[in-house]
Design a protein around this ligand. Structure first.
Ligand code: NAD
Length: 255
């Protein structure tokens, strides 16, 4: 009988903020595809351990690591734990993120600071710690989970969240230029309308209305984002770097 070829066999991946939502979807898919998976969480250990159990059932090695990506020391610990356990880091998915709302006059310094600390600084810190490891390996895949609001802005979540995601998308392109010569690909995925805990603020009427407005006539799932992330994390996509892949049901067709 033919054994199914797993797309990430032997690879080691860190997925930040992967105890629920899109990050969980990516962690589970990567586990099914044979990767060793670090499930990072900042608060809910029990949810992270559920993800770990599910990955173990699929036959892959995995562990949960607590780290707030906005804290340099936590990020160093996260990367160090991965290296101690698996000896290398092939894939980094910067998925951890927070959302904020409000008109510009209403946004406090604290909210402005926190959204950038998690979404931008967190992504930056994880890349800064992982890049020397990937350079030594002459191999690496970094995928940043950005957002459609980083491309077009957004009425509800603008201006802070969109600005942070715009920063992530441009960071993606700059790092792709710097790191291409070292065998490191850096890309982003820009989701929209994916049903996760982050989207709890959309009631049923809003969900229906958004689904009807999309060419594909449905909302997205974490798995929809996970398959794009998997594609950008596997060797077949080695010629693709500095790209922002839209996963948005056709809502925005350019970038
Ligand atoms: N759901 C969507 O439609 C959508 C659209 C565009 C972009 N995104 C992006 O996708 C990513 C995942 O979002 P989601 O929809 O799954 O939301 P979510 O709230 O379910 O997941 C976000 C995860 O990040 C974790 N996190 C938050 N702050 C952290 C920190 N400081 N350190 C470590 N982990 C932290 C949370 O605990 C959570 O597990 C986010 O970056 C989000 O901006 C989502």
């Amino acid at each position: 009988m033919n054994k199914k070829i797993k797309k990430l066999d032997g690879k080691t991946a860190i997925i930040t903020g992967s105890s629920n939502g899109i990050g969980k979807g990516i962690a589970l898919l990567f586990g099914r595809e044979g990767a060793n998976v670090i499930v990072n969480y900042s608060k809910s250990e029990s949810k992270a351990l559920e993800v770990v159990s599910e990955i173990e059932r699929s036959g892959s090695r995995t562990m949960a690591v607590k780290a707030d990506v906005s804290k340099v020391e936590d990020v160093k610990k996260l990367i160090g734990t991965c290296l101690d356990s698996f000896g290398r880091i092939d894939i980094l998915v910067n998925n951890a993120g927070i959302l904020s709302f409000g008109q510009i006059e209403e946004i406090s310094d604290e909210v402005l600071k926190r959204v950038f600390e998690v979404n931008v600084f967190g992504t930056f810190y994880c890349c800064r710690e992982v890049v020397p490891v990937m350079k030594k390996q002459n191999y690496g895949k970094i995928v940043n989970i950005s957002s459609i609001s980083g491309q077009r802005g957004d009425n509800t979540t603008a201006p802070v969240y969109g600005a942070s995601k715009g920063a992530m998308s441009v960071l993606t392109k700059s790092l792709a230029r710097q790191l291409g010569p070292f065998g490191i690909n850096v890309n982003a995925v820009a989701p929209h309308a994916v049903i996760t805990p982050m989207m709890d603020y959309w009631d049923d009427a809003k969900r229906k209305q958004v689904a009807q407005s999309l060419p594909v006539r449905r909302l997205g799932t974490p798995e929809d984002v996970a398959v794009a992330t998997l594609f950008l994390s596997q060797d077949e996509s080695n010629f693709i770097t500095g790209q922002i892949i839209n996963v948005n049901g056709g809502f925005l067709m350019d970038s």
